[in-house]
Design a protein around this ligand. Structure first.
Ligand code: PEP
Ligand code: MN
Length: 339
């Protein structure tokens, strides 16, 4: 961190600012110039709030040199983190995982049927929401515990591990007991109490990017989970809100190489919520694989026209099969394979 103080700053003021920083264990290197006084801080500056220092009228600027995240930072953990669920590896250089399933769990028979179709298509995990974050309180809110138990039944029949969204920490025990990957939805990306709660478990967490969050805010959300002891975090890009109404969201594929450069955690892509349109899902999935994604999470429904939520972006099973076949070809070109 570099602090520049104005030439007009009285010595007592400089000493007070630097004294407070030194008391926090930081080393201070000063360079007194003609027009400014520049101070370089060395040590753990993640505990420093630059805005607090800028509140001093004699401070010209405060510039952070390093990233504010530590546990997620590739700098301190150069090798890829591989999250393993029932022997399936997410992350690393080889595997690409494809997770499929409906937006909402609609009942035991239907989720078991879709799970079977996902498995036959080559998917390796099952998604499905039992607690749904809907924009309208009058829309279907999910089957709740019944939905979780239906997912469990589908897992028992197919062996596919379950990914499903946790909306509230009061359901944490239910999820720890029954679920394989806990999804934190876009709308809860900065629900810090929820992040801390899942951080206290050892369950892998699929952390979706918020609708309007920067990459740094997203990584800091992962840092919340990791700072509580859980390093099993998987990023999931699901599109961000832009001025473009043609698609539901705008898929930001540039995050794949950026997340891989800045962090050691896996990243998967959700082309269903990113586009809102099943016709765009295949091309965005192939592009995501080519760009280095560690996996895809895709909405699949036997009869999208009758889906209880997100039918317009759901693939029928035969389209999902085709997508995986084409995806495998792209994966092999870049030396990977779909698990
Ligand atoms: C979902 O996965 O069904 C979902 C609601 O996703 P998101 O949080 O990305 O909107
Ligand atoms: Mn959905």
């Amino acid at each position: 961190m570099i602090i520049t103080m104005k030439k007009t700053a009285p010595k007592a003021e400089i000493d007070a600012v630097m004294g407070r920083l030194a008391a926090k264990g930081l080393q201070i290197h000063s360079s007194i110039g003609e027009n400014y006084n520049v101070f370089g801080l060395v040590g753990d500056t993640s505990i420093i709030d630059p805005k607090q220092i800028e509140a001093n009228p004699y401070v010209e600027s405060v510039v952070r040199v390093g990233a504010p995240y530590k546990k997620a930072n590739r700098l301190f953990h150069p090798e890829d983190t591989i999250v393993e669920v029932d022997g399936i590896k997410i992350g690393g250089k080889e595997n690409i995982v494809v997770i499929g399933g409906p937006c909402s769990v609609e009942g035991e028979a239907s989720i078991c049927q879709i799970a079977q179709a996902v498995k036959e298509s080559g998917g390796c995990m099952l998604r499905g929401g039992a607690y749904k974050p809907r924009t309208s309180p009058y829309a279907f809110q999910g089957l709740g515990k019944k939905g979780i138990l239906a997912l469990k039944k589908a897992k028992a029949q197919t062996g596919l591990p379950i990914v499903t969204e946790l909306m509230s920490a009061d359901k944490l025990d239910e999820f720890v007991e029954n679920v394989d990957i806990i999804q934190i939805g876009a709308r809860n990306m900065q629900n810090f109490d929820l992040l801390k709660a899942v951080g206290k478990t050892t369950k892998p967490v699929l952390l979706k990017r918020g609708l309007a969050n920067t990459i740094e805010e997203w990584i800091m959300a992962a840092e919340y989970i990791m700072s509580e002891g859980n390093d099993q975090v998987i990023f999931c890009e699901r599109g961000i809100r832009t001025f473009e109404p043609y698609t539901r969201n705008t898929l930001d594929l540039s995050v794949i190489p950026i997340i891989k450069e800045k962090t050691h955690l896996p990243i998967i892509i959700d082309p269903s919520h990113a586009t809102g349109d099943w016709k765009l899902v295949e091309s965005m999935s192939l592009a995501a694989i080519a760009a280095g994604a560690d996996g895809l999470i895709i909405e699949v429904h036997e009869n999208p026209q009758c889906a209880w939520s997100d039918g317009a972006q759901s693939l029928k099973p035969h389209k999902f099969t085709e997508l995986i076949q084409k995806g495998r070809t792209i994966a092999q070109v870049i030396g990977r394979d779909i698990a």
